[in-house]
Design a binder for this molecule. Structure first.
Ligand code: ATP
Ligand SMILES: Nc1ccn([C@@H]2O[C@H](COP(=O)(O)O)[C@@H](O)[C@H]2O)c(=O)n1
Length: 242
């Protein structure tokens, strides 16, 4: 049950848990960070944790396409996630990896590593500890938060968008930094989603009780407003039941 406290502009519960899932490039990170900042909540990027363990595997010569090698090494790296939505941070063995985990090499390998059950067990346990110790409440974003990591979350949101819109967004992000091929970006997004949705353990999926928000034709500000409204609605309903 929620206990409500007043913040400057919005009302947020003392320890509301918000799960935001969806495929790649639907706006989970941008939305989650902004919503958490607006409501005074912590923020956890679970994709960054899977990227961090993948970065460690690649840097330590582990064959990421060999599930048993990945499973054997999975407990070795120490991953620490920051939860400030205004300054997201992640370290592996005390090394700041927030830049290196975004390389193409890591992006291409992460689905293979995240499909390994031993990896998922370790990272899921870590996520639950972080979520339950965030006294101010937390927005946790990923692929299996509503279904597996936090099935009792106070509100679950599943963001979607067409592959075309997502490829255009990602290409916009990269433009000016690297040569951009929108069709190749689209293909890579679709391939990663298929791998994430097709794995046996805790696949990318919408929880039955999640609210789906199609962001294809919405600006980021509109999505943020929509999600804030959904969270406030859940808080108000919980208050009425208390
Ligand atoms: N509604 C929107 N309209 C336009 N651009 C958006 C919208 N939502 C997000 N973006 C932009 O799309 C890009 C991808 O967004 P973001 O990283 O938040 O997605 P994501 O779902 O977290 O992706 P991934 O799962 O791959 O990490 C960013 O450049 C972001 O600014
Ligand atoms: N709950 C999650 C979150 C992420 N993954 C895996 O990590 C990859 C990277 O995620 P990004 O959000 O940073 O793009 C993603 O493709 C998944 O393989 C996951 O399995 N579960």
């Amino acid at each position: 049950m929620f206990v409500t406290v007043e913040t400057a502009a919005r009302t947020a519960p003392a320890a509301v848990i918000v799960a935001i899932d969806g495929p790649s490039g639907t706006g989970k990170s941008s939305t989650s960070k902004a919503v958490a900042a607006k409501l005074g909540l912590s923020y956890l990027d679970t994709g960054a944790q899977y990227r961090a363990i993948t970065w460690w595997m690649l840097n330590n010569g582990v064959d990421v396409n060999d599930p048993s090698a990945v499973a054997t090494a999975a407990a070795k790296p120490v991953i620490v996630s920051g939860t400030d939505p205004l300054a997201p941070a992640i370290t592996v063995d005390a090394v700041d990896v927030s830049g290196p985990i975004r390389t193409q090499e890591v992006t291409s390998a992460v689905s293979a590593v995240s499909a390994v059950p031993e990896v998922r067990t370790l990272i899921t346990d870590l996520q639950r500890v972080i979520a339950t110790s965030a006294g101010n409440g937390i927005v946790v974003e990923g692929r299996d938060i509503g279904t597996t990591v936090l099935p009792d979350a106070d509100i679950k949101i599943f963001l979607t968008a067409s592959p075309e819109a997502r490829a255009a967004r990602r290409s916009g992000e990269l433009r000016g930094k690297v040569p951009v091929d929108v069709a190749a970006t689209r293909e890579a997004l679709v391939k990663r989603d298929a791998a994430d949705a097709g794995r046996k353990t805790s696949p990318l999926a919408k929880a039955d009780d999640a609210v789906e928000v199609d962001t294809t034709d919405l600006t980021l500000d509109q999505v943020i407003e929509c999600v804030v409204t959904l969270i406030e609605g859940a808080i108000a309903r919980a208050g009425q039941q208390a």
